[in-house]
Write a protein that binds this ligand. Structure first.
Ligand SMILES: [Zn+2]
Length: 293
């Protein structure tokens, strides 16, 4: 998968020398793959704006839009999804006019029966449960912290240790847990439309075939994490081992750690490695899904 770096996710005109010229170039035919790459890479913020703008219009026209953070994040995330598809398929469409190719990819997606389903496995109870949880985490701090519990079975003290949080952050984590248990979890389950029977069914499946169930959960969790990271341009890119090491040793990037590590299993493993080097009382986090808060 092609990742769109944070600098490209942050849409806006300031990075573009001349928007009109760039748009003009995107409307012209590119006849080689090299040309496609060059023209498109210079224009990623404009293309992201365009894809997100179409998505917003689609939601407005179908009566699904509200002016709030959740919807703004939604269109940013889907704009990034479409842009990734465009980057992958565009090279094989050369010769083409890049701007119109993007338009046609977006229009095609919006005319599908399930336009905003980023993976077919999300239609099962397990998929809906995971998608609902991770989706909620994109707009609720309580849900974000609760992901560490639901996905890996970590308690508040373990989260504080694994993320290397400082004294002032610790009480917040306990409060996040408390509110989630008191009301957040119940409300989220209701919003997902997951029934008691379905939850019970998931518990049963896990009980019967623990390893297989958690393996399946990990597979779906990875899609969900990758999708929802796209609404967090500020906390989006995966860092190198060296960068994590530096962050943990020097003690900066608290927000980055909290956000990115909740939404990226691979980086969570790296962070655990650099934090403990395998010599800790806390086991390396593994996907062991917890249905209850
Ligand atoms: Zn990562």
């Amino acid at each position: 998968m092609i990742g769109i770096g944070a600098q490209h996710m942050l849409s806006g005109d300031h990075a573009m020398p001349d928007r009109t010229t760039t748009l003009g170039r995107l409307e012209e035919v590119v006849s080689t793959v090299e040309d496609f790459d060059r023209v498109v890479l210079q224009a990623l913020p404009i293309l992201l704006d365009r894809a997100a703008g179409y998505t917003k219009r689609f939601l407005r026209e179908t009566g699904q839009w509200s002016d709030d953070v959740a919807h703004e994040k939604f269109v940013l995330r889907w704009g990034a999804e479409y842009l990734e598809q465009f980057l992958v398929s565009g090279r094989s469409e050369v010769p083409c006019r890049p701007l119109f190719l993007l338009d046609s990819i977006v229009a095609k997606q919006h005319s599908r029966p399930e336009p905003f389903c980023y993976h077919s496995d999300l239609l099962t109870p397990l998929g809906r449960f995971l998608d609902g949880l991770v989706g909620r985490a994109a707009i609720s701090r309580d849900a974000l912290i609760a992901l560490y519990h639901h996905c890996y079975g970590l308690g508040p003290g373990q989260i504080i240790t694994v993320l290397g949080l400082n004294g002032s952050e610790s009480p917040r984590i306990y409060k996040n847990f408390q509110r989630w248990r008191d009301s957040g979890w119940k409300r989220t389950i209701e919003d997902m439309g997951i029934t008691e029977t379905e939850l019970h069914g998931l518990n049963e499946q896990q009980h019967r075939q623990r390893q297989r169930f958690n393996g399946e959960a990990e597979r779906i969790l990875r899609f969900a994490q990758a999708h929802y990271r796209k609404s967090e341009p500020d906390h989006y890119p995966c860092l190198s081992r060296h960068q994590w090491e530096d962050m943990f040793q020097q003690g900066y990037g608290i927000e980055y750690r909290i956000w990115h590590l909740a939404l990226c299993l691979d980086c969570l493993h790296t962070a655990w490695d650099v934090g403990f080097g395998g010599a800790s009382a806390i086991e390396k986090p593994r996907v062991t899904l917890q249905m209850q808060p």
